[in-house]
Unconditional design. Structure first.
Length: 395
């Protein structure tokens, strides 16, 4: 198969040849008849989203989640240029979380799903109990870190948990972080009201990341010190952040990226099951599981919040919208925005030799993008997984 367009970061068109699921050759000298794409398109590495709770009515965290439900998620992500994602579990009972982990592991017995899911992100239950930092997580199930429980989680996941989000101020968190980090799992700080000393100790113990920095926080904080500044200042911590225009103001996104630098910035969607659904009010069960009494509002702009509160309940926009916003918010080129959604998450997960760049030998997970440099609008024209076209935009 041949694909025509401008490889990300290059000024002139090339022909990318794909064979046996990998990039076989990049020919910068000639056009190709019958190739997919055209010379105005950008050929970019497909996006890797390390925080996806669900999409289009599919939910990783429902009580009756099945492997089939997990397998139904990727097609809804392909239109955003995403071919790999980390299904993200949120705080729940041990039984519920274990069911979700087993369903994901079962789904990954299909090689295509194993390719789509480079790891599982467990967000909770070892997070802050406080309003604000807890976000929309269910208070009833928030608890202190438990190494034996986490090992049972990892066993249920068949070793696929790659990221664990927790609050380092919880009792026993620091020695727990040491064990989790030594096991090869990325410890990410999030849903936390930590003091600077807690963050310092967590980093020394092996924490490597901040989960959706700037969100799941108190509405008001001391000017300084506070846990946002402390995490920004830690060069050891990668930053996951949501640039959908709802979770963080543009000026905050710009400052965050400048503070962390391109190398340590990772765009995430934090998409939930109501992402892509029509505006309106929904039962909280759609996101939080059976029996949850809360209600959730979806705005026409895709903002999802707990009804009657200022708290967000996840994201309603997918990662291509975050990529689109980075040039707008930060004044950076599109190539930098795409790096934050492809190469950087690949590096974070340790799969940069397989994905995250358009290079000979890499998996042909690609997205063809149409970028209007004046209007700063991005359209996904096509998405390929291992050389197979899985999405084409309607004309």
């Amino acid at each position: 198969m041949q694909i025509r367009g401008r490889v990300l970061g290059e000024d002139r068109a090339s022909t990318v040849e794909v064979q046996d699921g990998k990039i076989r050759r990049i020919d910068r000298s000639r056009p190709a008849e019958g190739a997919l794409g055209d010379e105005s398109l950008v050929i970019a590495p497909a996006f890797i989203d390390v925080q996806v709770n669900g999409v289009a009515g599919r939910n990783v965290n429902t009580a009756n989640v099945t492997a089939e439900e997990i397998a139904a998620i990727p097609p809804h992500l392909h239109g955003s240029g995403t071919t790999m994602f980390c299904p993200t579990l949120t705080t729940g009972s041990a039984e519920q979380m274990t069911r979700s982990l087993k369903a994901i592991a079962e789904a990954c017995r299909d090689p295509k799903m194993a390719h789509a899911i480079p790891g599982i992100h467990v967000e909770g239950p070892y997070i802050s109990s406080e309003d604000g930092p807890r976000g929309a997580h269910v208070l009833q199930y928030v608890r202190d870190p438990d190494w034996d429980e986490f090992r049972r989680f990892q066993e249920a996941a068949e070793g696929r948990i790659k990221i664990l989000t927790l609050a380092p101020e919880r009792d026993g968190a620091i020695p727990f972080i040491e064990k989790v980090a030594q096991s090869g799992v990325i410890v990410s700080l999030g849903h936390t009201g930590a003091q600077p000393a807690h963050i310092e100790a967590a980093v020394k113990a092996g924490a490597r990341m901040s989960t959706h920095l700037g969100n799941a926080a108190h509405a008001q904080l001391p000017r300084h010190p506070n846990y946002i500044w402390e995490q920004l200042a830690k060069d050891e911590l990668w930053m996951g952040f949501i640039a959908d225009g709802h979770h963080l103001p543009p000026a905050v996104v710009k400052c965050f990226v400048r503070a962390k630098g391109l190398e340590r910035s990772v765009l995430v969607s934090d998409a939930v099951s109501l992402a892509g659904m029509p505006p309106g009010r929904y039962a909280g069960e759609a996101i939080f599981g059976l029996g949850d009494p809360r209600e959730v509002d979806v705005s026409p702009e895709g903002k999802i919040s707990l009804a009657g509160t200022p708290y967000l309940a996840g994201a309603g926009l997918l990662i291509h919208r975050c990529v689109q916003n980075i040039p707008r918010f930060c004044g950076l080129p599109l190539s930098d925005a795409i790096r934050m959604a492809s190469h950087n998450p690949a590096r974070l997960l340790g799969i940069q030799d397989q994905a995250g760049s358009v290079e000979v030998g890499r998996s042909a997970d690609l997205t063809l993008l149409r970028w209007d440099v004046d209007q700063k609008t991005l359209k996904v024209e096509a998405t390929l997984v291992q050389g197979e076209v899985v999405y084409k935009a309607e004309r």
